[in-house]
Write a protein that binds this ligand. Structure first.
Ligand code: URA
Length: 437
C-alpha cells in the first residue's frame, strides 16, 4: 500500500491492519518516509485514536523496528524481568529494585532514561557515582546480566529506532498526548528487552505524566493489556505521585537514600514499601515464587543479609564505578556547598505537596535539564522532604535545600515554600491506588 493511502485511511477514520502499520513503522526506521509524513500519521492517530488491535500492532512494529535483545547464547538460569515507571519525583525505585530482584535469581536488563520535564531520570542519578558508564559495550552488558544479574544502562541507538524518530516529530507537532502513541512508544522500547515479565509503575496524582486520573487509569489498563497480548505478561500498578516518593529528590541525594536502604541503615518509608510491592509482583509474574507471601519472605531475607547492596556494588564496579562505594560513599558522592533548611511559616501537618513544582525546583537548582544539552549538577537537590501527614514546626523543616550557592538556595526557598500546604491534620494518600492486569 502507498504511504499516502495509509495516511488517508487513518485520516478518514478507518482502522489500519497490522500489515499497514508494520509497513509505515518500518518505513520510519528505514528512512523511507519524511518527517512531514510522520507528522501526518501522528496527527491522524491523535485525532482518530486507535483500537486495541491497532495499538498492539503499533507496539509490536515499534519493538521490531530495531534490535530485540536475545539471551539464548547466555544460558541464563533465571527469568528476565524488568520494571518501568512513567516517571516521578524522588523516585529512585530502579536503583534498589534491580539488584533486589537479581538477588532473588532474576536477570534485569534495565534500559533506563534521563530526566524529562519535572521528573528525575535513573541514568542521571547513577551518573552521580563517578566513573559509572551508562553505555557499556555489549559484552560488558551481557556479563553483568549474568552476574551480578543486573545492568542499569542507557538505550543503544538500535533499540526501537522508529520510536526515536516518531517521538521527536510528536514533540514538535502537539501529538505527544495520544494514548496509543504513548503506549506503543513506552512498550515498543521495553518489549525490545525480550522480557519474561514486566511490571509497570504508572504514576497517578498531581506529579504524574498525564494530567487527569481517568486518563492515567486508561493508560495503565491499556499498557497491561497490550503488553500481555504482545507476549510479555505485564501487571500495571497505579501508584501515588501526590508527593515525592523518597524523602529526597535530586541525584546524589537519592543515591545516598538508596544506599541507606540497601545497607539497612534506613528502614521503612514509602520508597522501600513501594519497591518491595513492585518486587513482589515481579517475582510472582516471573514465576520465581508461587505467591506474594513467599516472595515477600525471600525479598526480606536477601535485603537483611546484605545481598542487595552487594549486587548493586558489583554492578557499579562492573560499569566503571568505584569498587568500594559501600564503604566510602562520602568520598564518592559529592555534597553541595550550601545546605539550608526550609521551615514552614506556621507549625502544623503537611496536607499536600505540589509535586510538579517540587520537581521543577530540583531542575532550577541545576539537578535536571531545561534543554537536552544542559549539564547536570549531581550534588544539588532536596532531602528531608516532609511527607503528607507529617508534622512540621520550627525544629522540623519542610525540606533541606542542597544548592551550589547561597543565592540559589534563597531563590529556591522562595519557590518551594508555596509547594507545601499546612493544615491541622491530614492523611497520607494510599501508596498503591490499584493493581491492573
Ligand atoms: N515516555 C515515552 O517513552 N514515550 C511517550 O510517548 C511518553 C512517555
Amino acid at each position: 500500500m502507498l504511504i499516502q493511502d495509509i495516511l488517508a485511511a487513518k485520516r478518514d477514520g478507518h482502522p489500519l491492519n497490522a500489515a499497514e502499520i508494520r509497513e509505515f513503522i518500518g518505513a520510519i526506521a528505514d528512512d523511507k518516509v519524511g518527517d512531514e509524513q510522520i507528522g501526518a500519521f501522528a496527527m491522524a492517530v491523535y485525532l482518530r485514536g486507535m483500537s486495541l488491535d491497532e495499538t498492539v500492532a503499533l507496539t509490536e512494529a515499534t519493538r521490531d523496528s530495531g534490535h530485540v535483545l536475545d539471551y539464548r547464547g547466555l544460558d541464563l538460569p533465571g527469568p528476565v524481568l524488568d520494571k518501568h515507571s512513567t516517571g516521578g519525583v524522588g523516585d529512585p525505585v530502579s536503583l534498589i529494585l534491580g539488584p533486589w530482584l537479581a538477588a532473588c535469581g532474576a536477570h534485569i536488563p534495565m534500559i533506563s532514561g534521563r530526566g524529562l520535564g519535572h521528573t528525575g531520570g535513573t541514568l542521571d542519578k547513577l551518573e552521580a557515582i563517578p566513573g559509572y558508564n551508562v553505555t557499556p559495550d555489549h559484552s560488558t552488558f551481557e556479563r553483568l546480566l549474568r552476574e551480578p544479574g543486573v545492568a542499569i544502562v542507557g538505550q543503544s541507538g538500535n533499540l526501537a529506532p522508529a520510536d526515536k524518530r516518531l517521538y521527536a516529530v510528536r514533540d514538535v507537532t502537539a501529538t505527544v498526548a495520544s494514548l496509543p502513541l504513548i503506549v506503543a512508544s513506552i512498550l515498543g522500547k521495553k518489549l525490545a528487552e525480550n522480557l519474561d515479565a514486566l511490571v509497570m509503575d504508572v504514576k497517578i496524582g498531581n506529579g504524574a505524566f498525564l494530567a487527569s486520573d481517568a486518563e492515567t487509569r486508561e493508560l495503565a489498563t491499556t499498557i497491561a493489556e497490550v503488553a500481555t497480548r504482545s507476549g510479555t505478561p505485564t501487571t500495571a500498578l497505579l501508584t501515588d505521585m501526590n508527593q515525592s516518593l523518597a524523602s529526597s529528590a535530586g541525584n546524589a541525594v537519592e543515591v545516598r537514600e538508596c544506599l541507606d536502604i540497601m545497607t539497612g541503615q534506613r528502614r521503612g518509608g514509602r520508597l522501600l514499601e513501594l519497591t518491595r510491592t513492585l518486587a513482589i509482583e515481579a517475582l510472582v509474574a516471573g514465576k520465581l515464587t508461587d505467591n506474594a507471601e513467599t516472595a515477600a519472605r525471600k525479598l526480606d531475607q536477601v535485603l537483611t543479609s546484605g545481598q542487595v547492596a552487594e549486587r548493586f556494588a558489583a554492578m557499579v564496579a562492573g560499569l566503571g564505578g568505584p569498587a568500594d562505594l559501600l564503604e566510602h560513599r562520602d568520598r564518592y558522592l559529592a555534597e553541595a556547598p550550601v545546605i539550608r533548611e526550609l521551615y514552614a511559616a506556621e507549625a502544623g501537618v503537611v496536607a499536600s505537596q505540589d509535586v510538579k513544582a517540587l520537581g521543577m525546583s530540583v531542575v532550577s537548582l541545576g539537578g535536571g535539564r531545561r534543554r537536552a544539552a544542559d549539564r547536570i549538577d549531581h550534588r544539588v537537590g532536596l532531602d528531608q522532604i516532609a511527607a503528607i501527614g507529617s508534622r512540621v514546626d520550627q525544629q522540623t523543616p519542610l525540606a533541606r535545600i542542597h544548592a551550589a550557592s547561597d543565592d540559589d538556595a534563597a531563590r529556591i526557598a522562595d519557590q518551594l515554600s508555596t509547594c507545601f500546604s499546612i493544615a491541622e491534620s491530614a492523611e497520607a494518600p494510599p501508596l498503591v491506588h490499584d493493581i491492573l492486569g
